[in-house]
Design a protein around this ligand. Structure first.
Ligand SMILES: C[S@@+](CC[C@H](N)C(=O)[O-])C[C@H]1O[C@@H](n2cnc3c(N)ncnc32)[C@H](O)[C@@H]1O
Length: 203
């Protein structure tokens, strides 16, 4: 399966650097994955080396420039990895297939995040987990106004990322339950509040 995504060559080239300050959070999230794992929007594959003892990692990534870098990274780690050119809104797996679904800083960018979450939940086994770390909408009203103002520019330079999207609320409103949310930094004023946690597909 292939997508019609043209991709963002410059964002793909700069992603590792842009995400560098957040690298300490990756292991905390993906290190919890187990069994058959699906990673949504793998980017350049920065999570690959941080997985523990999992059965297999399947990844989707619709941007060809990201995917090429991720394929290179996949060859460098000792992990069974299969990457697919696909968007999260239309996942090419049957229902109840994965033990764990991983989303790191990706719900901000997916064009139809509610539909993506529906698909992610569909392919998760009953009792299986979503592990996530996402930046989201700020709490403070001043910061929210600033996010709204900056978003059109940010969206263009950051490969479709939305600064003001409430990704955690989107998870809360999805088919997953038992949402756990942990703040990863200072929340009131920052334009990039980051949260991580888990949610479970009801049995
Ligand atoms: C900020 S990057 C994060 C990449 C990676 N998850 C990480 O943690 O480094 C957002 C990623 O979402 C991907 N993306 C965009 N649209 C998507 C979609 N419809 N389904 C899945 N991933 C998508 C982008 O191509 C990009 O790789």
């Amino acid at each position: 399966m292939t997508t019609a995504c043209k991709g963002h060559p410059w964002v793909a080239a700069g992603l590792d650097l842009m995400m560098f300050p957040l690298r300490h959070l990756r292991g905390k999230v993906v290190g919890e994955a187990s069994g058959k794992v699906l990673e949504i929007g793998v980017g350049t594959g920065m999570n690959f080396s941080r997985y523990g003892d999992i059965e297999i990692l399947h990844g989707v990534e619709p941007d060809p420039f990201m995917l090429k870098r991720a394929q290179q990274r996949a060859r460098e780690v000792d992990l069974k990895i299969e990457l697919v050119d696909a968007g999260a809104e239309d996942l090419p797996w049957p229902d109840n297939y994965f033990d764990t679904v991983v989303a790191t800083w990706v719900l901000c960018t997916i064009p139809e995040p509610a539909r993506a979450l529906e698909e992610m939940c569909r392919v998760t086994k009953p009792g299986g987990r979503l592990l996530y770390v996402e930046h989201t909408r700020s709490h403070g009203q001043r910061a929210q106004r600033m996010q709204d103002r900056l978003n059109p520019l940010w969206n263009r330079i950051a490969g479709g990322c939305n600064l003001n999207r409430n990704s955690v609320d989107l998870i809360r409103d999805s088919g997953y339950e038992e949402l756990q949310v942990k703040a990863c930094g200072s929340e009131e004023w920052t334009l990039l509040p980051v949260y991580r946690g888990t949610a479970i597909k009801p049995a």
